[in-house]
Design a protein around this ligand. Structure first.
Ligand code: CUA
Length: 178
């Protein structure tokens, strides 16, 4: 255990060995490459979501979501409505303490405009297992245009700590074949 100072007083000013220099250079160059790849991937790699967001009034957003549920609910799961909105439509997903409401059911290869908004605090939309993540800020709706390319059951978990029930904030999205 070193609790006494280093024997060399100017310990930080030693010459850097050649191999270490080479590695620093490689790491730096790679860092630069990856930096520019971020810009490339955004466009060509289709890896980043192109997000839209707009200001909302939480109560009005909740009304729209409720209207969608009233119109397109197909069944219920444990007290939670399952909604099958028509392809191409605007779909509303509410984030609130501590649930994602309602359960959505999409058709494969159809496009939807998904609006996600928080009714209270900040939440994190994380679609699993495909790992699509969005931060859901109060007062705004995030909009994602999505076209599911695989059917199945997907989990929506909250990945932004939002209080005592954060770990129970789990939602569901179904994608069904037509
Ligand atoms: Cu919502 Cu954590």
């Amino acid at each position: 255990m070193a609790i006494s100072p280093p024997s060399e007083r100017i310990w930080w000013k030693e010459t850097i060995p050649k191999t270490e220099l080479i590695w620093i250079l490689i790491a730096f160059t790679w860092g630069l490459v990856m930096f520019f790849m971020m810009i490339y991937w955004h466009g060509a790699g289709e890896q980043n979501l192109s997000n839209e967001a707009y200001r909302i009034d939480a109560a009005k957003f909740a009304q729209k979501a409720q209207a969608m549920v009233d119109q397109h609910q197909v069944r219920e799961e444990g007290g939670m409505p399952v909604v099958h909105p028509p392809p191409g439509s605007d779909v509303y997903l509410i984030a609130r303490l501590w649930q994602w409401w309602p359960i959505l059911e999409f058709e494969k290869d159809q496009s939807y405009r998904l609006h996600i908004a928080s009714m209270d605090w900040q939440h994190g939309f994380s679609l699993q297992p495909v790992n699509i993540n969005l931060q859901i800020h109060p007062g705004y709706s995030m909009v994602v245009t999505l076209k599911p390319n695989q059917s199945g059951e997907f989990g929506v978990i909250c990945n932004e700590f939002c209080g005592i029930g954060h770990h129970t904030m789990i939602g569901k999205i179904y994608v069904v074949d037509k």
